[in-house]
Write a protein of this length. Structure first.
Lengths: 165, 165
DNA sequence: CATACCGGTTGCATCATACAACCGGTGCTG
DNA sequence: CAGCACCGGTTGTATGATGCAACCGGTATG
């Protein structure tokens, strides 16, 4: 799809990430810190097929949303990172998560992160994006800044533990 | 698609509006105030096919995002309205528009509204959603509240005029 | 030296989308 | 009251996207 249907920002966004899998891949990279093909393939509940995952990783790479690099520690491994446009999808995912949490039959464990992101607001999203810039782009950030990712992950794990009890 | 892939709010949102047309239909209803089948069919630049439009209107209705009612003024006409969940997609579209405007080759005329929505922030979105509740749900709102829709439309038309000059 | 893991690829079935042509009923106009 | 444009779709067909399972050669590990 090279020819664009229109120059509308919403339309163009949909042409790039308007399908059922792209944002889930980005979600897993963002909130699950999954960086390798196998992690993305087997790590999430939705069960993406390997050919679809390969296709999405290629498209997102070509669109400049993520980047692909060989892993120095293992000749065969490839590490995927969020590029700056991918990092800036945090507010989109936050908005989509808030909406879904309100209007759809979400599970408690999987929606706790959306709830925290909603309560934290844009200030929290910015801190999170700075953290992602450090993790994925190697951009240093001031010491002492807490980890939003750890905060979200801990809350998620606590909900899992509560559910099992 | 009745069986859900997971209870994640982002995933569930994508299962409902994660395709290339649903959000465009909602966009046209929201920002273009298009309420009839033909308006939606012929009004936008992207050129949706009539069977796809019919399918999306039906799905969105079944999902409770929009509603469908006969038009009293014309026996054959059907009027589509945003339901509350549809109105609450405003922040999602604003986020998606901001992102697209930054990272994709948008046209100036079609991105002015995204720019204004971004600058206006959540306060403006709330005013806009109140206005949509009046237009689509008949919920009265305080007099003297300005029209965000008119503001956005005027800015858009001004950009069109500038482009033609 | 065997085994598990690495990022994918291939073939095939099925589902969604795209395009154009068409439908019967309704309202407006001359 | 005849003709015509418009109403919300439907139908058929072609093409593309997706889903599924099996498989690939190269690589690290015990």
């Amino acid at each position: 799809m090279t020819e664009k249907r229109s120059g509308c920002p919403i339309n163009l966004s949909l042409e790039v990430i308007g399908d059922k899998w792209s944002l889930l891949v980005i979600r897993d990279m963002t909130f699950g810190n999954r960086r390798y093909f196998r992690e993305l393939l087997t790590g999430s509940e939705e069960g993406i097929a390997s050919n679809i995952l390969a296709d999405r990783l290629q498209r997102l790479t070509e669109a400049g949303i993520i980047s692909r690099a060989p892993d120095p520690s293992h000749k065969q491994k490839v590490i995927y990172s969020l590029a700056e446009p991918g990092i800036q999808l945090v507010p989109v995912m936050a908005a989509l998560g808030s909406w879904g949490r309100r209007h759809l039959p979400v599970s408690r464990e999987l929606s706790i992160r959306a709830e925290l992101l909603e309560r934290g607001g844009p200030a929290m999203w910015e801190r999170f994006m700075d953290e992602l810039r450090e993790l994925h782009l190697g951009q240093p950030r001031p010491d002492g800044a807490g980890s939003v990712l750890a905060e979200l992950t801990e809350a998620y794990l606590a909900e899992i533990a509560r559910a099992e009890r």
